[in-house]
Ligand binder design. Structure first.
Ligand SMILES: [Mg+2]
Length: 267
């Protein structure tokens, strides 16, 4: 991975937006910091479209889209989204209401099976606020055993479900979109050229559920606390961790785009 100083002005100026992970990237041990908000203002001032891209539930995505200076938030690892349209925040689901209802019913059956077989895994606090997936707490408040995580992963995959892992949660879902394919789909729906999205949106994250984005997007950044197994590592890495690393990246991108202050933004 390269230091952020290697990001060229040409590449930074070619960017149209930034997709950013939430836990342990934008948030600092789960909390919103001055550094994270300063980073958003810097990036917005640099003329970039900002979109949160998280494994957190649909309810979180809705709130983030409302209260942060972003154009939208994609939740549940790419399955659902909320975007600002004029003065409203509008919901988007990647599947029809009928298919969503079918998948939710099948997910309940799968979770009952997994919980019976792996009683040591504890549901995440936010598991009830989701519509496309179910989450076990593997590092947020619980310290799940690796054997339990492996067994749940194997059982779900044998049943045909998709399993992803973040720094805090293990996600089980019937949805096929991941963070990268979900982001491309929602951005294309909003009128972005689908052939340009992977080149013109940067991504910053920290863990295994970010792997599809690290593999798909051109400008990819891992924060210093990057952990997990990846087919492709991000191209750049910050020196600082979590929201301090996010601010470090925002400063570098802004500087490379030659933006002096947020007040010079064309907004
Ligand atoms: Mg994360």
């Amino acid at each position: 991975m390269l230091p952020l100083e290697a990001l060229t002005p040409e590449e930074a100026l070619d960017l149209r937006g930034l997709l950013f992970d939430l836990d342990d990237t934008f948030l600092e041990h789960g909390l919103l910091t001055c550094e994270a908000l300063t980073a958003l203002e810097l990036l917005k001032g640099a003329g970039l479209e900002l979109i949160a891209l998280t494994g957190r539930p649909i309810a979180w995505a809705q709130t983030l889209a409302h209260v942060l200076p972003v154009s939208g938030a994609i939740g549940e690892n790419g399955a659902v989204a909320f975007f600002r349209e004029g003065r409203r925040i509008v919901a988007r689901d990647s599947v029809s209401p009928l298919l969503r209802a079918e998948r939710r019913a099948r997910l309940q059956e799968l979770i009952a099976h997994v919980r019976t077989a792996v009683p040591g895994l504890v549901p995440a606090d936010d598991s009830g606020a989701r519509i496309s997936d179910f989450t076990f707490d593997i590092g947020e408040h619980e310290r799940a055993r690796e054997e339990d995580i492996a067994q749940a992963t194997r059982l779900a995959r044998e049943a045909g479900a998709r399993v992803t892992r973040s720094s805090v949660h293990l996600h089980l879902t019937w949805d096929r979109l991941d963070k990268a394919t979900g982001a491309v789909r929602f951005l294309a729906e909003r009128g972005h050229d689908s052939t340009e999205i992977l080149r013109r949106f940067a991504f910053i994250g920290d863990s295994e559920n970010d792997a599809p984005c690290f593999a798909a997007f051109r400008t990819t950044i891992g924060v210093q606390n990057l952990r997990g197994r990846f087919h492709l590592l991000p191209r750049f890495q910050t020196k600082l961790a979590q929201s301090h690393g996010f601010l470090e990246a925002a400063r570098r991108i802004s500087a490379a785009r030659n933006v002096i202050s947020p007040s010079s933004s064309p907004s």
